[in-house]
Design a protein around this ligand. Structure first.
Ligand SMILES: Cc1cc2nc3c(=O)[nH]c(=O)nc-3n(C[C@H](O)[C@H](O)[C@H](O)COP(=O)(O)OP(=O)(O)OC[C@H]3O[C@@H](n4cnc5c(N)ncnc54)[C@H](O)[C@@H]3O)c2cc1C
Length: 397
């Protein structure tokens, strides 16, 4: 079989699996995802189905539950999941704390925690950001002071996605104020709900409590829960950032999303008109299609380089900027296409299993999605910071 034909056979296999294994409730949650974070319960149900199949962690080493797929297969898998509008797997377990433990965890931590991460028995939240320490993460102040075999935590975290659902947290904490700020940070694993810990959800612009504040007041965490050495948490955190090595799949999401928007524009309304007949809108849609394809091709080009041992380097920053900006332009056009009926505010209708509404899903979803997408240029390293990295790379080169 040629490589292309075997990839197409793999695509068919993925499609068939999704068709046969995704429940209606999981599909509804996928359609009603207005963020990179899908509705919690159904995202975890889909994770369990994929874990049973052995398909949940394509980027992990095979000996720990990875799939052994090529980068092309991983891309095809992402394309097909997005085309079928499956809920995206929440990244905290498999793309964040998992790689940290794979790279720096003890054998005991690997044995105990990795299987529970894959199955979703544990759900981890990421406790990095603090008020005053987001882009400048090394400025974090949440303190962990040694007391015998424990650390005592005092301080707070903010923007902790889905902390209200999590039973575990991985956190960066300050264990020393000596030397450079990066040198006094430690990577800790902790249980949620420890005495002295409080989680307060934050209501987002889209009406959903997606992020939280977390407060620590004399919270006791055993030193055995440390990943890597004391004061070397920065190295662990940097390793996690590099783990995916640019294996970005934003284009695999954007291309089918823009295809669906085109279908929406082709629908005939009660006056017999189609949005696509507006030449200005048709032109903007075409421009968006080209941009989405450009993201996809750039990702494939980076993947091709990875296969030949190249590091994505500054391309990872370029893809973050390009991908999130196209995503934001997509959300703006979607809002315009949906028109005045997208002004409805009905969070209840977005609940999974809600009774049918007078408004279509497109109408109910366009505004919350637009609102949520404003954050895309901030999270995962703000676009201004990515531009600074690119500028440094160009000026250094
Ligand atoms: C939806 C969402 C989910 C998140 N989930 C999590 C999570 O689960 N866990 C977690 O720990 N964190 C999470 N975060 C936090 C996220 O990582 C931070 O918001 C991000 O790092 C930016 O930090 P900040 O909010 O403190 O903004 P700041 O760093 O204060 O930045 C404010 C503005 O100043 C600009 N700026 C800052 N420094 C520079 C510079 N050197 N040069 C040029 N411009 C600069 C920024 O680009 C931005 O526009 C989440 C954020 C969002 C929006």
């Amino acid at each position: 079989m040629t490589e292309d034909r075997s990839l197409e056979a793999f695509r068919d296999e993925v499609r068939a699996f999704i068709r046969e294994s995704a429940t209606e409730e999981i599909r509804e949650a996928g359609r009603k995802t207005t963020s990179v974070f899908a509705p919690f319960k159904q995202a975890m149900a889909w994770q369990r189905i994929l874990a049973d199949k052995g398909w949940v962690a394509p980027s992990w080493p095979q000996e720990y539950g990875g799939t052994g797929w090529s980068l092309e297969q991983r891309y095809v898998f992402a394309q097909e999941c997005n085309r079928a509008q499956m809920p995206p797997i929440l990244p905290q377990n498999l793309q964040m704390v998992g790689p940290a433990i794979l790279g720096f965890g003890s054998d005991a931590q690997k044995e105990e925690l990795l299987p529970r991460m894959l199955s979703g028995e544990d759900f981890w939240c990421q406790g990095y950001s603090e008020p005053g320490a987001g882009s400048d993460l090394a400025a974090l102040k949440c303190r962990a002071d040694r007391d015998g075999d424990d650390y005592i935590l005092n301080g707070s975290k903010i923007w902790t996605t889905y902390a209200q659902h999590a039973n575990k947290m991985f956190a960066l904490v300050r264990t020393s104020s000596e030397g450079k700020p990066q040198q006094g940070i430690t990577f800790l694993l902790l249980d949620m709900g420890l005495p002295g810990m409080e989680v307060r959800p934050i209501l987002g612009l889209d009406g959903a409590p997606e992020q939280c504040e977390v407060f620590f007041s004399d919270v006791r965490v055993p030193c055995a829960n440390r990943v890597g050495e004391e004061n070397e948490g920065w190295t662990v955190a940097k390793y996690v950032l590099e783990f995916e090595r640019g294996g970005s799949t934003m284009g695999a999401w954007l291309v089918p999303a823009v295809e669906r928007l085109r279908e929406q524009c082709e629908q005939v309304d009660e006056l017999g008109q189609r949005r696509l007949d507006d030449p200005v809108l048709a032109r903007r849609l075409e421009a968006l299609e080209i941009e989405a394809l450009a993201v996809e091709h750039t990702e494939k080009r980076v993947n091709a380089g990875l296969k030949h041992g190249q590091n994505p380097g500054p391309m990872a920053s370029l893809l973050k900027i390009l991908g999130t900006e196209v995503m934001q332009r997509f959300s703006e056009l979607q809002l315009e296409v949906t028109g005045l009926r997208s002004l409805v505010y009905d969070p209840g209708a977005l609940e999974i299993g809600a009774a049918p509404s007078d408004f279509s899903e497109d109408e109910l979803l366009a505004m919350p999605y637009y609102m949520n997408t404003r954050a895309a240029s901030i999270y995962a390293g703000s676009n201004e910071v990515q531009r600074s990295l690119l500028a440094k790379a160009v000026m250094a080169g």
